[in-house]
Ligand binder design. Structure first.
Ligand SMILES: Cc1cc2nc3c(=O)[nH]c(=O)nc-3n(C[C@H](O)[C@H](O)[C@H](O)COP(=O)(O)O)c2cc1C
Length: 319
């Protein structure tokens, strides 16, 4: 699938209103009343559900990005864009995802260079920690599969460590296109036209790169962080912290590190080409805590999640 979406963080106002209404409806339905205090009580944990998903065992991730029109070289304005979104939606999220990897917003992927990325992530983490809620949302950064040179991956890991974000979503759609097809294989005319389109390319062709990139991020994030802000204690923390184990049962128990614990092991979610249980298991084995699907669900429907989990269970039984 090729996507041509454009991101506009001004959508944060609308999204915040939708999410707020959702919490208010939940508060009312569960006997907390309908005043502002009711919302606060739910968000602060009195209902016994996560403040974002409002469902035990589930986490709601909300993504933030810069405006397309904000100049690429104005890092202060870019930080303001991200913080603007965080200020509005963070209260209603369990996880905030910082998008620096959409291929369709010109210049966005350049923000993955270490210096701008560190500045943006620090601003987001700061804003996320300042929200008026007892627990603060986790912060993750979603990175591109195309910026995959060793220096790029290590620069991103450096920014992750020095900013204190909780983890990385590896990766997103790609600007690359599949290799030439085997001899004798003819692509229907309509599909040939589709392959010429610009925009992010998603789906099964991404899978091998996703597994390999997850393993590389896992190794680099687990290595001693070499940042000025972190001292020797970080090395110990990164090697001894327990891995978040994947849960293949119906209720996922994803427990990222506490947002305040900047030395906890970084969490990885894998995104790109996962379509079946074997592949979901492979990204978990490579070091991810969560296997994400987009294209597979678009074509296969919501039942895809149940099928993939069932395939994972069967795979485990056969071992
Ligand atoms: C139509 C479409 C829209 C997407 N929109 C977003 C988006 O707004 N933000 C984002 O981070 N990724 C977006 N993605 C990327 C997906 O979340 C996912 O990372 C990518 O498609 C690779 O996973 P997949 O092969 O399972 O689809 C989009 C993908 C598609 C196909």
């Amino acid at each position: 699938m090729i996507n041509r979406y454009g991101l506009n963080s001004k959508g944060a106002d609308h999204m915040a209103a939708v999410l707020e209404q959702r919490v208010q409806d939940f508060a009312y339905a569960n006997g907390f009343g309908e005043h502002e205090l009711a919302e606060k009580r739910v968000l602060n944990g009195e209902a016994g559900v996560p403040p974002g998903s409002l469902r035990p065992g589930k986490l709601l991730a909300v993504q933030v990005a810069k405006n397309k029109v904000t100049p690429d070289n104005d890092i202060e304005a870019i930080k303001r864009d991200y913080v603007y979104c965080v200020d509005r939606v963070a209260k209603y999220a369990d996880i905030l995802v910082v998008n620096v990897s959409s291929p369709n917003t010109p210049g966005l992927r350049d923000l993955q260079a270490t210096a701008p990325l560190t500045a943006i992530l620090k601003a987001v983490v700061g804003a996320a920690k300042s929200i008026d809620r007892t627990t603060k949302p986790y912060v993750m950064v979603k990175v591109s599969p195309d910026e995959d040179a060793d220096e790029q991956v290590s620069g991103i890991c450096q920014a992750v460590w020095s900013s204190g974000v909780d983890g990385v979503i590896v990766g997103n759609t790609t600007n690359r296109r599949p290799d030439a097809l085997p001899k004798g294989f003819t692509v229907p005319a309509a599909e040939q036209e589709t392959l010429k389109e610009t925009g992010g390319y998603s789906g099964p062709q991404l899978f091998d790169r996703t597994v390999s990139l997850v393993a590389r991020y896992r190794a680099m994030l687990d290595a001693t962080p070499n940042t000025p802000e972190l001292t020797g204690a970080a090395a110990e923390a990164t090697t001894t912290a327990a891995q978040v184990e994947p849960d293949t049962e119906n209720t996922p128990s994803v427990e990222p590190p506490k947002p305040s614990d900047s030395l906890a092991r970084k969490v990885i979610f894998a995104s790109g080409g996962v379509t079946n249980g074997q592949q979901a298991q492979a990204v978990l084995d490579a070091g991810a805590s969560v296997a994400m699907m987009y294209t597979a669900i678009t074509y296969g429907g919501m039942g895809t999640v149940t099928r993939v989990k069932q395939e994972m269970r069967e795979g485990k039984k056969q071992q």
